[in-house]
Design a protein around this ligand. Structure first.
Ligand code: ADP
Ligand code: MG
Length: 373
């Protein structure tokens, strides 16, 4: 069945499926304040939820058929599959199929359902629209079918779906952030033990998030290479994961072949920066936090090599703002967004100014996502 001819982004659940939804759920995107490319090495991360969210509406059906529709996908076509017959089709439906397959494998009983998805998290912008979709869908399924799942189990099921079914070897940060973080605290997460603590953002600070307009859509191969490099470096250094090293171990880097030495230096110093950032938040030391953000950016640009000129430009423009303490690339890289810490009350002005200067050449367009309008 196809609704292509008439469906638009505004098409309602009732128009799609001829009845009202039984359940509504949502989940936020996230911005990572610091701790990038550390989650798949068992390290520390510090994400914050953003106001942009993915919202799903769902109604159970009799029988195994799943019908799903997303307002954000250009084809606007209703997709279908049967529970127990999930097969990758290499588009967004794989995120839905991956979730139902993982839940079934883990012994949960589901029925078919009708699903409408809508989001204002930019897709492929490094702010984790994928985890927002996974977590919002899992929340809706938990409610619709009375599933015994806590918020950490939801995050893990989302990650498993993305790893095993979609085929993206992502760490657990995005799903933990979408499931557990909020906009007023930073989620200080140890990605190995999954222990976490919510660190309040100081009242004097305001986060600014600016999307570069460059999608990271084709970055999967680079992400996989970085992950493999980190695994190889850990093996050569005789540790389980790079997380098991700290700055005292930096003297060992010359024993590694290039570029594993630089990749490892990034991970070791980034984990140390996350801990320092947590201390800075606790002490409300924004200049120190800002320096850590700039240092993280340098490390991701030079040692981990995941930045691009557009993102470097945004960080440079941010550094010229009098009320900005620090800025860095956020997310996996190769496009996406920057995060900056500004003095409270100045974020909008600074963000608009940065975006205007970035767009001066008429070729690029940046969007200020946080603070939201
Ligand atoms: P991001 O950094 O935004 O998480 P990913 O590449 O990890 O980027 O995930 C983006 C993919 O997730 C999209 O290409 C799409 O398949 C899926 N997705 C995210 N949001 C939606 C949505 N609202 N509707 C349908 N699919 C979505
Ligand atoms: Mg993602």
């Amino acid at each position: 069945m196809s609704v292509k001819a008439s469906a638009t982004a505004n098409t309602t659940f009732a128009e799609l499926f001829g009845r009202a939804p039984d359940v509504r759920a949502d989940a936020p995107g996230r911005v990572n304040l610091i701790g990038e490319h550390t989650d798949y090495t068992g390290g520390y991360v510090l994400p914050v939820a953003i106001p942009q969210r993915t919202r799903v509406e769902l109604a159970p059906r009799i029988g195994p058929l799943v019908r799903a529709w997303s307002a954000d996908m250009p084809e606007a076509e209703l997709q279908e599959y049967r529970l127990g017959d999930e097969k990758p089709v290499h588009d967004w439906l794989d995120y839905v199929q991956g979730i139902t397959e993982v839940l079934r494998q883990e012994g949960y009983t589901l029925r078919g359902f009708d699903l409408r998805i809508e989001s204002d998290v930019p897709v492929g912008g490094g702010l984790s629209s994928s985890a927002a979709l996974e977590v919002s869908l899992l929340r809706a399924l938990r409610e619709a079918f009375g599933l015994d799942l806590d918020d950490v189990q939801i995050a893990l099921a989302g990650q498993k779906a993305e790893n095993d079914f979609v085929g993206a070897p992502v760490g657990v940060m995005d799903q933990m952030a979408s499931s557990l973080a909020d906009e007023k605290t930073a989620l200080f997460l140890d990605t190995r033990s999954l222990q976490y603590e919510k660190i309040p953002l100081p009242a004097e600070a305001e986060l600014v998030v600016i999307d570069s307009g460059v999608s990271h859509r084709h970055s999967g191969g680079e992400y996989r290479i970085r992950r493999e490099e980190c695994e190889r470096a850990a093996e050569l250094l005789g540790v389980r994961q790079l997380r098991d090293l700290d700055p005292q171990d930096l003297w060992r880097l010359p024993s590694l072949p290039e570029p594993l030495d630089r990749r490892t230096r990034h991970v070791i110093t980034e984990n140390a920066r996350v801990r320092s950032a947590v201390a800075s938040l606790r002490e409300r030391d924004l200049p120190r936090l800002g320096k850590l953000l700039y240092a993280s950016h340098e490390s991701l640009r030079n040692d981990f090599e995941v930045s691009i000129p557009e993102i470097d430009h945004l960080v440079e423009l941010a550094s010229e703002e009098p009320d900005v303490f620090g800025a860095r690339i956020t997310g996996g890289g190769f496009g996406g967004a920057i995060v900056a810490v500004a003095r409270r009350g100045t974020g909008r002005k600074a963000g608009d100014h940065i975006a205007a200067r970035y767009g001066q050449d008429g070729k690029k367009k940046a969007t200020v996502l946080v603070p939201a309008t």
